[in-house]
Design a protein around this ligand. Structure first.
Ligand SMILES: C[S@@+](CC[C@H](N)C(=O)[O-])C[C@H]1O[C@@H](n2cnc3c(N)ncnc32)[C@H](O)[C@@H]1O
Length: 373
């Protein structure tokens, strides 16, 4: 075995032993595809580390393209459940994931990958050829419009952060098709596998992830105001002046214990679903944290040491004349959450919507519903 093959086997072993890969077909695909060919500028050890490999930055130094982290790639492939013979569209190219998709779709299937950046598609084309995947179709275009020439697709796998389900993706997906998409909702990104059910989409699984942001006509759905991040549909939400955090801080504690390492993203989405004025507080001196705002006050989730080293107690902090009202509301919803899990539906703008919390996007409504676990 070569050094690359040994490192590749070790990576697969790591992904299987951590439970990230449970499907033997996906493990076999990871064994087959030479990741180092797609990241020729990094040493072999890094090519087979479970880490993202940055590929390109914009003029401001913001990452615009990368070869994704193997564990995220694996989780999304598990979600996509590609079958032999599937026609697959990948949005956001790097070459590596397209090669894995090609392995999974098999000789009877097809893989098309589209990227908005000509440098990326040029490189992906050359590296896919070098690795022996010359029959993957590589297209340079805005993925917002899909690739109609290859439609209909059984599977669409989006590998860039999206704010909405583009109408073209729905049009180009088969009636029983599945789309896996890292969807950004209220400041957090989760890869959601949606099945098409009639004219709408229903989620089947969700996993937290991070991706570079979508460029082109489907980009830029968030706005920053005084250190707070709101979604585009929250344009009516008021926010306090910049200095609110310098006002006296009040604190309250809920008695609820959470695991110290547990990401609280489900809780945060619950707060987003139930509290007007929801936003995300972040900044150089602040962790990323769920908040609610009014024109003069702010409250946000806080933690303090819990019953042992592994737990923290949840509570909230507030600033401003209405801090107590906001903290009361937040504490009430912290207590009501009780570990509920979200499911998601996507409906085109227009029809009657199912019950749930609706996030209005440019082309669709994303409905969040909560189930007791
Ligand atoms: C994380 S990378 C893709 C990783 C890749 N699938 C792999 O094999 O690891 C995201 C890519 O999405 C691309 N992208 C951003 N906006 C896009 C758009 N509107 N349409 C198509 N591609 C887009 C970026 O240029 C970037 O190359």
């Amino acid at each position: 075995m070569t050094g690359a093959a040994l490192l590749r086997t070790a990576l697969v072993h790591h992904l299987v032993s951590t439970g990230t890969i449970s499907d033997p077909r996906i493990a076999a695909a990871f064994e087959s595809v030479p990741r180092h060919v797609f990241v020729p500028h990094v040493p072999l050890q890094l090519a087979y580390a479970d880490d993202v490999v940055p590929m390109k930055q914009d003029e401001a130094g913001v990452l615009t393209s990368s070869v994704s982290q193997p564990s995220i790639v694996a989780l999304m492939l598990q979600q996509a459940a590609i079958r032999p013979g599937d026609r697959v569209l990948e949005i956001g190219s790097g070459g590596y994931n397209a090669a894995l998709l090609r392995e999974l779709a098999g000789p009877g299937g097809t893989v098309t990958t589209v990227d908005i950046d000509a440098d990326v598609t040029k490189r992906a084309r050359a590296l896919l050829d070098e690795a022996g995947y010359g029959d993957v179709v590589v297209v340079c275009a805005d993925g917002e419009f899909g690739v109609p020439e290859g439609a209909p697709y059984d599977r669409i796998v989006v590998t860039v952060t999206a704010w909405d389900i583009a109408p073209a993706w729905l049009r180009q997906l088969r009636p029983d098709g599945r789309i896996v998409v890292p969807l950004r909702l209220r400041g957090q990104t989760r890869s959601i596998a949606f099945d098409r059910v009639g004219e709408h989409l229903e989620s089947r699984s969700t996993t937290m992830c991070g991706f570079v942001s979508m460029q082109g006509v489907g980009g830029h759905y968030e706005r920053q105001e005084a250190g707070l991040t709101f979604d585009e549909d929250q344009e009516e939400e008021p926010h306090p002046e910049d200095g609110v955090l310098t006002l006296r801080r009040e604190r309250r504690w809920s008695g609820i214990q959470a695991l110290r390492e547990e990401p609280l993203l489900d809780l945060y989405l619950w707060l987003a679903s139930t509290l007007p004025g929801y936003c995300v507080l972040s900044g150089d001196d602040w962790p990323w944290v769920a908040a609610i705002a009014t024109a003069d006050s702010l409250a946000y989730v806080s933690t303090r040491p819990g019953r042992d080293d592994f737990h923290v107690e949840l509570g909230c902090s507030g600033h401003g004349p209405n801090a107590n009202v906001l903290m009361d509301r937040m504490l009430q919803q912290l207590c009501a959450w009780a570990g509920k899990q979200p499911t998601f539906q996507v409906h085109a703008v227009g029809p009657e919507l199912p019950p749930g919390f609706h996030i209005a996007r440019r082309h669709s409504y994303i409905t969040v519903r909560w189930e007791d676990c």
